[in-house]
Design a protein around this ligand. Sequence first.
Ligand code: F6P
Length: 526
Amino acid sequence: MAAVDLSAFPRCDQTAAWAALKAQFDGSGRAFDLRPAFREDAGRFDAFSQEAPHVFADLSKNLIDRATESLLVRLARECGLEAQRDAMFDGATVNMTEQRAVMHWLLRYPKAGAPWAPQGIAGLQAELAQVHETLDAMLAYAERVRADAQITDVVNIGIGGSDLGPQMAAIALERFAAPGRRMHFVSNVDGHELDGVLAHLKAENTLFLIASKTFTTIETMTNARSARDWFAAQGGTDVARHFAALTTHVAAAREFGITTTFGFWDWVGGRYSMWSAIGLPIAIAIGAENFRALLAGAHAMDVHFATAPLEKNLPARLALVDLWYRNFHGFTSRSIAPYHASLRRVPAYLQQLEMESNGKRVDRQGQALPFATSPVLWGEPGTNGQHAYFQMLHQGTDVVPVEFIAVREAAHRLPGHHAQLLANVLAQAQALMQGKEDAGGHRHFTGNRPSTFLLLDRLDPASLGALIALQEHRVFCSGALWGINSFDQWGVELGKVLAKDITPRLATGDIAGLDGSTAGLLRRLA
Ligand code: F6P
């Protein structure tokens, strides 16, 4: 693997462009108004919108003008964004706190005939061969399961990246799933979830997929043990046929008693793993060919990210607007509004992708950062959100940039619905920007509230792959500009350690050494 010292790249706040952006913000930037910007610049839509593979993006309703965007691009160059990107694509140890490369993109790199080759690809041939060997085996297995009429229910047991990606994609692509097979996703250690699923299953018709990168995550192992016990109690004996493990820790899965295993590698982060064996439930749902199309869509976005100049590089442009909002305007969150019911798990998926990646308070050297990092991501599908929290987006005291995701073609046959859906997404973006004058106060909309509009022609495996890869690379760019490690997640460890200490106390009632609140609550619960 190539050795690159990422700490050699300046952090965003250490660049000349950052100082220029600060001056720009303190000058006209803070008061930038979208309404005159559109009136005065007939080319604004064209300048701030672009085609990327499978995704059209309109950034024109964001609080930037051309001068700001060119300063932002300068900032990216001064931070060495392109070199940092190339380091990832060369297999360098980008995740330095865990001493790992970051190569989820290799999972969708074609076996042959790739339209673009990273410089380091020659040194990654062994990894690429393993990727394709595992992919072929996993897809062959998925097809066997699909042909097995006895298996009517597939239960994926996993959490975080071992749940959110496969679940989000299986739901998004439900239209491509063969009828007659139910997919279930169990993540929570709360037994209500697994029990509720098991109540409707028969052992002989069920396949359990135990998905865990580490094969140690307490929630997943607890659910896996309960599933194994339930299977045995139902008279199930053929574990090899009814259980498969998706993990980097194949030996642990075998020790658990699972012989059907599909591996992946430590250079795939959990939240970047839906392209690996963790994607098996997606492949069972939509089939091998569609899974390959998902990978191809993501690869097309990889090529775009790797080769497009920053001025027309969509992941970079999105990340630069994100930085402008977070570090200059001080906006604290971004609302994700997918106007497609099948994209309903996208906000949850993006929460892990961005907040687990970039919710960091120190730079790569461990120094406390003097600026803000990950915003809060949240959202619900449109039009539902309109009748819940959009009031706050239009008239609340905080400005929340909204990311609309719309799909041009509907896949259902109900007349009238899709035009209404599209009219609503356009109207919401328009209303946020235009606002409405009203002297009375209550009916006044300030307007000038920013949004980004991502548009897919249709929701299919290729476009979903591209959309998700776009978001992955955007998160990479934000982390690279902020000078943080986007690929570790130490922040989730402390709670895990404390839960291990508390679990036996719930049985014994032992409160020794606990703080007053935890002790008081434990007394009520034990
Ligand atoms: O919550 C932390 C985390 O490590 C996530 O990063 C990961 O996706 C999830 O737990 C599940 O981990 P595993 O796949 O190892 O069970």
